[in-house]
Design a protein around this ligand. Sequence first.
Ligand SMILES: Cc1ncc(COP(=O)(O)O)c(C=O)c1O
Length: 382
Amino acid sequence: MNSKINLNVQNMQISGIRQFFNRIQHIEGMISLTIGQPDFETPLHIKSAAIRAIEENHTSYTHNAGYIELRQAISTYMNKKYKLDYTPDSEIIVTNGASQAIDTALRTILSPGDEVILPSPVYPGYTPIINQCGGSPVFIDTTTENFKLSASLIEKSITGKTKCIVLPYPSNPTGVSLTGEELEEIAGVASEHDLLIIADEIYSELTYGRDHFSIGTIAKDRTIVINGLSKSHSMTGWRIGVLMAPAWLASQCLKVHQYNVSCASSISQMAALEAFTAGIDDAIPMREAYKKRKELTSSYLRKLGFKTIEPDGAFYFLAGIPIEIASFDFAVELAEKAGVGVIPGTAFDPNGEGYVRISYACSEDQIHEAFKRIERYLSESD
Ligand SMILES: Cc1ncc(COP(=O)(O)O)c(C=O)c1O
């Protein structure tokens, strides 16, 4: 019966993160440093706004791009936070999470044969969609470049088929981000070769040190900016993402979005209106907590000999394993022998060999206990 299934779908793999998580989740008493979502509750005032939305019958289809009041609030928020300048009625689409914004963006621009440049290791949400469109991902190994994509690396990978560059910063799985100057150089290359840019900025509120810089402020005419509330407001289950693009591009994205989902949930949109207005600074206490956990995790990793690059944002380290062992085997052993869950770097494509992704979206107590166990495991495997 497989012959009845689209070839690109037959070839699609379940995400390596999910596969690995399913394999280890039955282990009793395990401390999971695998988590890709905030461990905070959605702020109460946002939950209350959703309850009010139901009571007040905000339960119908909305405009395909989302309630106009919500798009106005997003426009103001993005301008205040990141100096982005998007018009509510023609340049902003509310999506079902950043995931659907990624899907819409790629399906709007890609034709069969197109190539998409991505940093590697990278979040596994882009490749299956690129493949489904008949395009090809072109991975640039950033493991010797402090996990940073640069203008010169991009330039070396450009061919006549290159359509777009994906800039997922701050990065899952590495936590690194690019500076304004680095992004200026990339914007220059994109302009010179007439390439589009997809900037996945879902972790933009979770930065430590310098504030997030969006390439949408300097290359708006060729950029699709993706953001949302999943990470900033601990709202992964509400499914609210945002796609922002110049009107010529957003109007094409809206066609793909419309025939796929009609609109994002009306109730979640009302909750999002509260988040983007009264909840404009809700991420600050969460960011402070992550920052402390990052420092704690960093000190343990260094003490135990893991190779690390200090993250600029998000809530992950992609840490170099301190012993000779394949990433997958290391992660299995850590789960089965030490009771600690981490994600093998190979879940983020082959350049992740030798690394594991460690999430610090968990309590400080869990971090202390996890590293006590990892230390014991490492000393026993000497
Ligand atoms: C880089 C990146 N982009 C997009 C997403 C998906 O976000 P959402 O839950 O809003 O669909 C994730 C989720 O982990 C992510 O890490």
